[in-house]
Design a protein around this ligand. Structure first.
Ligand SMILES: [Zn+2]
Length: 473
């Protein structure tokens, strides 16, 4: 397997991808065709591509593979500055490239927080030196993400942030949130919210329900999320300023979003693969999970390979918001299928082994996700026939690009040549040793997965290729 962590220089002048299934939801395109990239831009699609390709163009046959706009993950924790033991711009973007992602939005809960223009500049500078994919920066809503005083939203916008959020935290003061929305509207900045009502959630560590009672762990009730989704619906309606609800997990949240969207409220939502694959039963260990809720995971019924196993109280199943019930998981899948939830993302949240190797109560929330999210999304949405490939790809491309106002997420002529080539049917196993992330806090090691990025191209440069990976098909 060849892994290119860095953009290769000098950039090749022309690259022709031949015979792939080109899917560009932004242009409603789905056809077997060729794609020509020249000098980092999309030059031509269709019969014109081969005709226009210069004699010295590199030709790569991608027959049987999907060619789509470079995938965008708008929820990633890169941990720089301040927490580079967990992840860095270099390792986080390498993991993104491996997962098929060409653009990511990094969250502001770093140390210091991204609540000032110099921290934004620092991340941009580091990305220019070390990133292999495009890095966009989210600024904080409040100073130090403390929820007490607004961050300088205008200055953050001028420094180049493309959204604001207090992710990891949630602004509890409704008046402050209302003012944030009003300022954000003036500066045309999307507001993203990690929906968590502290008074309801208190010190919960897992979903409040049957399993939290059985396991004796403190519950994080679904209402703790739904309360803030309802608040955001009301404030979006009051201010006319759009709000995007991050990592939605609860059935009640999906219902609130669906109803609000019907009345034209400017509200949107995103979902993460762990929340629509796993459930809270997983915290009781693999045996308990596979005997019931695990049956809702694609591939379970085939029973061909040994099911992955893990112990109870495994902290790689602890995240915020938490894994919820099978009913919630189904509601998220339905919300994705009917368009209520328009964006897929990972909430890639790396932590060091020593931090996770403690009692469940004391472990930090979060798991890595960039390298498994495409496969899990294909498994739970496409292979189960809930969504066709164009609709699934839209949630990773044109939808986040539109929300963040990025000129990305399309294969239109002259667009940046950010392209992902993936095999929706490739069977593979996610191995601990093969991850590009600096951290190893994933619950999905040893999982038989289906669907994999095989070539990731950023501005015409191949930043990752699974050239000769052994295929367990
Ligand atoms: Zn969050």
């Amino acid at each position: 397997m060849s892994i290119r962590h860095r953009v290769s220089f000098p950039p090749m002048s022309s690259l022709l991808l031949t015979g792939g299934r080109i899917i560009d939801p932004a242009n409603r395109l789905d056809a077997i065709s060729d794609l020509l990239i020249t000098n980092g831009k999309i030059a031509a699609l269709g019969p014109a591509a081969a005709k226009q390709a210069p004699a010295d163009a590199e030709r790569v046959e991608v027959k049987g593979l999907v060619v789509c706009p470079g995938l965008i993950d708008m929820h990633v924790h890169l941990r720089e500055p301040g927490q580079s033991a967990k992840e860095t711009v270099a390792t986080g973007t390498a993991a993104a490239a491996r997962g098929g992602f060409t653009s990511i939005l990094c969250m502001p809960n770093t140390s210091p927080a991204v609540d000032n223009s110099s921290t934004v500049a620092l991340i941009h500078e580091r990305a220019a030196q070390q990133a292999v994919v495009n890095v966009y920066v989210a600024g904080a809503i409040s100073k130090s993400i403390a929820g007490e005083e607004l961050a300088p939203i205008g200055a953050l916008k001028r420094a180049g942030v493309v959204a604001i959020t207090d992710d990891g935290h949630c602004v509890q003061n409704n008046e402050l949130m209302r003012r944030a929305l009003e300022y954000a509207k003036m500066f045309d900045l999307p507001v993203l919210d990690h929906c968590q009502d502290y008074s309801l959630v208190t010190d919960g560590v897992m979903h409040e329900g049957y399993w939290s009672t059985v396991l004796g762990l403190r519950g994080w009730p679904a209402a703790g999320e739904e309360m803030m989704v309802a608040r955001d619906v009301l404030l979006a309606e009051t201010t006319g300023s759009p709000v995007h609800c991050q990592h939605v997990t609860a059935a009640g949240s999906v219902k609130l979003l669906r109803e609000a969207k019907k009345r034209g409220v400017p509200i949107s939502g995103e979902a993460c693969p762990h929340h629509f694959t796993l459930t809270d039963a997983a915290i009781a260990g693999s045996e308990k999970f596979w005997s019931a809720d695990g049956k809702g995971v694609f591939g379970f019924a085939s029973g061909t390979s040994a099911l992955p196993s893990w112990p109870s109280y495994d902290t790689n199943f602890k995240m915020n918001p938490p894994l919820r019930s099978a009913g919630d998981r189904e509601a998220i899948l339905e919300g994705l299928a009917d368009g209520t939830i328009e964006i897929l993302c990972s909430d890639h949240a790396p932590h060091c082994d020593y931090e996770k190797e403690v009692e469940f109560d004391n472990a930090p929330f979060g798991i890595t996700g960039l390298e498994t999210e495409l496969a899990l999304s294909l498994m739970q949405l496409y292979h189960t026939k809930r969504l066709g490939l164009p609709d699934l790809i839209a949630k990773f491309t044109v939808a986040p690009a539109r929300l963040l106002r990025l000129s990305k997420g399309t294969l239109s002529p002259d667009a940046d040549a950010d392209v992902t080539v993936f095999d929706p049917d490739r069977a593979w196993v996610f191995e601990r040793a093969s991850s590009a992330s600096k951290s190893r806090n994933s619950p999905f090691y040893g999982w038989p997965l289906k669907g994999k990025a095989v070539l990731t191209i950023v501005r015409g440069n191949k930043v990752w290729a699974a050239d000769s990976e052994s295929v367990a098909a």
